[in-house]
Write a protein that binds this ligand. Sequence first.
Ligand code: ADP
Length: 368
Amino acid sequence: MPEGTPGARSGHALSLRNLSKYYGATAAVDGVDLDVPRGSFLTLLGPSGSGKTTILMAIAGFVEPSGGSILLDDKDITRLPPDKRNFGMVFQGYALFPHMTVADNIWFPLKVRGVSKADASTKIKNALELVQMGHLAERFPSQLSGGQQQRVALARAIVFEPDLLLLDEPLSALDKKLRADLQWELKSLHQRLGTTFIYVTHDQEEALSMSDNIVILRDGQIEQEGVPGDLYEKPATKFVADFLGKSNFLQGKLATKQADTFAYVCGGQTLVQKGAPDHAKVTGDILIALRPEKITLTPQRPSTTNAVAGRITAFNYYGSAYHFQVGTEAMGELIATAPAWTCAVEPSIGNEIWLGWEPDASVVVRDR
Ligand code: ADP
């Protein structure tokens, strides 16, 4: 990377140890232990009120923890004031200085560190190039679109080579298409900089598409963490299966068990499941999560191990896919999706169809 490129050094590692924050009797953050690997893109994902922003603000130094500690490269920074932490921040609102040009906005964090504009000019230029805003350096924020303003805010947050970049829902004020474009750009920016990114969102697609690691929060605690593919394919709980993507939930009773497969009865029908997180402990009542895209829809009974008859009760067309609601006698209403260009069933309400899936298409989840 050329000299003067923001964040050219390798990233830093952050750890939270038993971090808590209480507001009166409310635990906004409740005993969180977390390791953010050096140079990684970690996303805190969860519904509103799950503690995401409080954790980010504690890392930034704006919220004082009630307990626990924050370590940067194993150094305790829990009591370090925010201005001594050298972290970049980007928020949903762009928070640019309206009376300053783009270049001066980006100079600002260097100026407060005592760097003259002349000395900062290479860094300002490089930061602007990184966010593709080099041609708009002399404009004022009011002359920029929302997406451009957020690019400037990003450049301002990386120009002083921060140890960490903290991003709190930075794309949520933008429209859908622009948000998708900036997701690509943020990911590529992260790869080029090598800076550790900690990203807060409640948008599961954003989390899945950009992150190296996702931490799912619920009521101030970590519900599950992992790489996006593992979290999506192997949710441990009903909450995760429901929050990250969509799922059908089948309530069953164990019938027979073999090496790594078991049969269970759901709505009077016997179905087969392969594997469970703790197979040996599967007894009695079980809960199965089945993703809608893992169900095959056919006009006739399919040859899959599991097959359930149903009737289309509603459907939506999304261009690339159909989303179906299918009423079944055995297990009530199920949701299923099919690529529109290969959809084997006629999308019409009342159409009698079959839903099929293999034993390894679904997962056993804890009911919480
Ligand atoms: P999220 O970012 O996931 O939406 P927050 O971290 O903002 O969640 O909030 C977590 C919980 O802490 C919520 O119940 C919220 O109401 C509470 N909370 C956050 N900040 C304060 C505050 N300054 N005073 C009182 N309660 C707060």
